[in-house]
Design a protein around this ligand. Structure first.
Ligand code: LLP
Length: 438
């Protein structure tokens, strides 16, 4: 992937940095992000949209990997930003991300979050439900502000993907249903609010999608809806946001399309289905997360113990696991890995990679072909840039790893490894408990 290669010493090198050196400098487990590869992905999206001739915004879905350095990078590449919580918003603002290009998502924004985002003058709220709409109107009125919104709709399109990450179908906790009239009513309601400017609608059909058909269907449904809203209410959507979900290759058998293919399919569908509406074509927004950072990330582990059960299986344990990558345990996600310190050695055994948590489900990879693995070897698991650091936990009070950006032989620490002091930094022992334990 990206800029990785095997160097003369047989070591895996990413962004011109030898992974053995990275281990020596930063320790393991370590998230390594190939900066150039992230930048290239951002550029692919923007170039593909430029080629379409439509107005657009590409918002990086920060949930995939949200740290200040990543927000800076996304800004430098001309991306907008999708945030879902005060934490993501705070990270972006602290990183100096331009507020007017921040879009605030989520199905249960708190009044405090709404206020914070309003005070920061973010670009737009993606409103999920009626309660939020009323709350937003009330807070905006109090502050004598007009707030830009999109309405999130469920177009009734089901993406072919893991059940837990499909969000576009009718039976979903997200958004207003187009099919049962609730989206239409929401448009009416939004239009009736004095402090709300309805810019358009939003639809997200799922994640890790390999085909264009789902997006094309969503565009068609949204265009039909736009047409009925224009006819019935005289409302014209200036913005249509089609969410994220563009797939990447984790393992053989994953068959994602090129970024340009997804974008072309969407923009062509917009030209086809919105042409008949008789108004200017809407501005198209998308929100890729995984496809921006997913395959730019690698997690480097040190091999520790192993357990060979003759005739059954050999378990090889690394110094991380479900705490830094919960995706195999949550979604049965598959990953590939290589021995980073002996990347040219020939395959000699099939092993299963276990984490160090006190839980049998803490397995990273089943049945991986590797050279003869020894304690102290370095294991590099690829495609861990998205939804790994951002979903990491402190289960078993395991510390979150450091994150480095690598590019042109340079490495830059962007997140420090958590310390043991960090682990207890929010703990409070009440005085009476302290006394009783003495
Ligand atoms: N926009 C909205 C409204 C979303 O809900 C999501 C992802 C995205 C954009 C970005 O989707 P992407 O381009 O990354 O597929 N934790 C799961 C993925 C959950 C995705 C949730 N929403 C995983 O690890 O696979």
């Amino acid at each position: 992937h990206g800029t990785s290669k095997i160097n003369d010493q047989g070591h895996l090198e990413i962004g011109g940095c030898d992974t053995s050196d990275l281990k020596a400098q930063y320790g393991t487990p370590l998230y390594i992000v190939d900066e150039q590869s992230v930048r290239n992905r951002c550029r692919e999206y923007i170039e593909a949209f430029n080629a379409s001739g439509l107005k657009f915004q590409v918002a990086y879905a920060s949930k995939a990997f949200c740290v200040m350095a990543m927000c800076r990078l996304a800004d430098e590449e001309g991306m907008s930003l999708d945030v879902v919580s005060d934490g993501e918003l705070y990270t972006a603002l602290q990183a100096g991300f331009p507020a007017e290009r921040i879009h605030f998502h989520g199905n249960n924004k708190t009044p405090e979050e709404i206020e914070m985002a309003l005070d920061a003058h973010i670009g737009c709220f993606v409103v999920d439900n009626v309660i939020e709409l009323h709350m937003l109107q009330a807070i905006a009125a109090e502050k004598n502000r007009t707030v830009n919104i999109l309405l999130r709709v469920t177009p009734g399109v089901e993406a072919h993907t893991h059940e837990y990450i499909s969000t576009g179908q009718t039976d979903s906790k997200f958004g207003f249903d187009i099919g049962n009239g609730s989206a239409y009513e929401a448009v009416k309601l939004a239009e009736a609010q004095g402090n709300i400017n309805l810019m358009g609608i939003h639809s997200h059909i799922g994640s890790q999608i390999f085909e264009v058909e789902g997006f094309q269907m969503a565009v068609q449904r949204v265009a039909e809806f736009a047409s009925s809203v224009k006819e019935g209410l005289g409302v014209v959507f200036k913005v249509v946001n089609l969410g994220g979900g563009f797939g990447i290759r984790y393992v053989d058998g994953d068959t994602p399309l090129q970024v340009s293919q997804y974008v072309k399919a969407i923009t062509d569908a917009v030209k086809t289905h919105f042409a008949g509406l008789g108004s200017e074509l809407p501005e198209i927004w998308v929100e890729p997360g995984r496809s921006i950072v997913g395959d730019a990330g690698t997690t480097l582990y040190t091999v520790g113990t192993s357990k060979d059960i003759p005739g059954v299986r050999k378990y090889v344990a690394v110094d991380g696991g479900m705490t830094d990558n919960p995706r195999p345990a949550l979604y049965e996600s598959k990953y590939e890995a290589v021995l980073a310190n002996r990347a040219n050695d020939k395959v000699e055994e099939t092993v299963s990679i276990a984490g160090k948590c006190c839980e049998s489900g803490d397995m990273l990879i089943w049945d991986l072909d590797l050279p003869k693995v020894e304690t102290g070897d370095l294991l590099a698991v690829s495609c861990t840039g998205a939804y790994n650091y951002s979903m990491a936990s402190n289960y078993n009070r395991i510390r979150k790893p450091a994150v480095v950006f690598v590019k042109d032989g340079q490495s830059n620490l962007v997140v420090r490894r958590e310390s043991l002091a960090d682990i207890i930094s929010n703990d409070i022992v009440p005085a009476n408990v302290a006394k009783e334990t003495v």
